[in-house]
Ligand binder design. Sequence first.
Ligand code: C5P
Length: 226
Amino acid sequence: MEYQVIIPAAGSGKRMGAGRNKLFIEVAGRPVILHTLDVFASDLYCKKIILAIQPNDESQFRNILAGHPGNGKIAYVYGGDERQHSVYNGLKAAGGQIILVHDGARPFIRQHTISRLVQAAHDNGAAIAAVPVKDTIKRADRNQVVETVDRSGLWQIQTPQAFRLPILMSAHEQAKEQGYVGTDEASLVEKAGQPVMIIESDYDNIKLTTPEDLYFAEAILAKRRN
Ligand code: C5P
């Protein structure tokens, strides 16, 4: 089933501390953004890649992506102050029935997870990639434990997140009216009262956020090359 994907890539990468957009950092000799785009470039069902970027990064993105097989499918939009605003700008350039949102900083998503998300969004309206929480989770008041949370039924949420386009568009418009800013798209859709399905993903679908994630990224790619 055909889909389009919005890739928010307009962050400042403050937590990575690289002093530049973390999507330009090289992992296994290639910028992170190229690894993220590989799977969408080779997926014939992916009809358009909408990349939300900061204007200051535009020439660098265009240079890096010039020789990439996905380049012909890419449309650039400018991002906003929050990730949610970047995605909303991308939505305005989107069409078709099914839209995916996938973080530029999450380079290891697998094709089979994408296919399952697209199908589940078609069938149910909204579907998100996630893995079961592995660690013990506690709620604390500063550094004093208040309670241990029952982790059964708790999921760590990733991207891609997949939606029927009108559902995501109206959830974004409602959030905008209410001044609500969420950390993912599904939270907006939940607020709009729509069901969201979970598709179990892989633990190696990590987001590169802080410097040590780059070591994990090198290890994941080395393993995949074997
Ligand atoms: O900062 P974090 O890693 O959570 O950001 C997730 C993704 O959202 C990154 O790919 C980043 O470039 C993007 N982003 C964005 N616009 C912002 C902030 C983050 O497109 N204002």
